[in-house]
Design a protein around this ligand. Structure first.
Ligand SMILES: C[S@@+](CC[C@H](N)C(=O)[O-])C[C@H]1O[C@@H](n2cnc3c(N)ncnc32)[C@H](O)[C@@H]1O
Ligand SMILES: [Zn+2]
Length: 349
């Protein structure tokens, strides 16, 4: 985390907002490792004397979550993972841990998204990023946020388009580590699944990107550590069906985007109970009801002025595009392809 990015973003304590409904800024506490204004290890502290929560900066990534223990329960393994294992040792450990282990799951997932964002001369994720840009009403300007950035390609492309700071936010530390490695070292490193537990190590020079203008944050999209209206706009690609509360995500996007700002949101509406309880899905059930179980109709209803639920996200739909292909390589003989729905949302003034 670069000091000048921290100064520009003026982050807030998400715990104080969620638990006490109060806005308190964070300040930089002890710094254990720093390289030329880039804090690699240190701590951000809540300025509320009744809170004083410590939010660590690890491998250059601030971890600013409301519930430290539950984040640690799922992510500490990734934080502690060594980055210096040879492909030989990694393959041995992969066999030892076995199929379906958390090591296998993380390595596989990272590889799928890293390959989509960074693999080859024309990564499969770029058309999706372009579709998001094309849906905006004009060329993006100012400070933007890429919510659910994963391994970070969209964040860099947004920074390229705006010429300004772009924040990449995700909850998954090992994915952010891939993104941060590109920012910090200019290298793309991941393992790509060939078949079963057989992977190929990828370690390449990253393409030419505005590395000085991105900042990656580990935080929950449902409780972002930023003040209301901090961003001129947001990308939120393929996150809506991955969170506990899709409606809560929309409310939070409406909070952090400034009045008049735009959100480019895409989703395949691929609901799964592992990510979202079915009671919180938008459509995908109750096909005998007036909307025929349609996710698209439910999404439109929630974002319409007459929303029956009475929860105002502060966002309205301004433009739509449907059926954009989103391709994820699973292994050397398997690809998953979605037809993604896109919307441009406007933060009401
Ligand atoms: C389906 S992936 C999409 C990633 C990327 N935007 C893309 O389209 O390739 C969903 C991403 O959202 C992240 N994610 C899931 N729940 C999250 C949450 N509550 N807060 C922040 N990120 C979250 C995951 O770690 C993952 O990187
Ligand atoms: Zn606090």
């Amino acid at each position: 985390m670069r000091r000048e990015h921290f100064a520009k973003l003026q982050p807030r304590c998400p715990y104080c907002r969620v638990a006490r409904e109060q806005e308190f800024s964070l300040y930089i506490g002890e710094v254990a490792r720093e390289e030329d204004g880039d804090i690699r290890e240190g701590v951000l502290i809540c300025s509320n004397p009744l809170c004083q929560r410590e939010h660590p900066i690890l491998d250059g990534i601030p971890v600013v979550v409301t519930d430290g223990p539950s984040w640690a329960a799922s992510q500490l393994g990734s934080v502690m993972q060594r980055g210096d294992l040879t492909p030989f040792a990694e393959s041995m450990l992969g066999d030892l841990a076995g199929a379906g282990s958390s090591f296998d799951r993380d390595r596989g997932n990272n590889g799928i998204y890293a390959e989509a964002h960074w693999g080859g001369a024309d990564p499969s994720y770029l058309p999706l990023v372009r579709a998001g840009m094309e849906l905006l009403s004009k060329k993006p300007e100012g400070v933007w946020i890429d919510v659910g950035c994963s391994v970070g390609r969209g964040t860099f492309e947004l920074a390229r388009a705006t010429g300004e700071l772009t924040v990449g936010l995700d909850l998954n530390f090992s994915m952010l580590r891939v993104a941060e490695q590109v920012r910090h070292r200019g290298r793309v490193r991941y393992s790509r699944r060939r078949v079963g537990l057989v992977f190929d190590a990828v370690d390449e020079v990253a393409p030419d990107l505005p590395r000085e203008n991105v900042s990656f944050w580990c935080a929950d999209a449902a409780a972002m550590p930023f003040a209301p209206g901090s961003f001129r706009g947001a990308f939120c690609l393929n996150l809506l069906d991955c969170v506990q509360s899709p409606l809560g995500l929309l409310v939070e996007l409406g909070r952090v985007v400034a009045q008049g700002g735009e959100v480019a949101l895409s989703t395949p509406f691929d609901w799964a109970v592992g990510a979202t309880p079915s009671s919180s899905w938008m459509g995908g059930h109750s096909q005998r009801g007036p909307q025929d179980g349609s996710s698209l109709l439910e999404f439109r209803r929630i974002l319409s002025a007459e929303c029956a639920a009475g929860i105002d996200t502060g966002l309205v739909i301004e433009a739509e595009r449907d059926g954009v292909p989103w391709r994820l390589r699973v292994n050397e003989r398997s690809v998953t392809e979605y037809a993604v729905f896109f919307a441009r949302l406007r933060r009401k003034g």
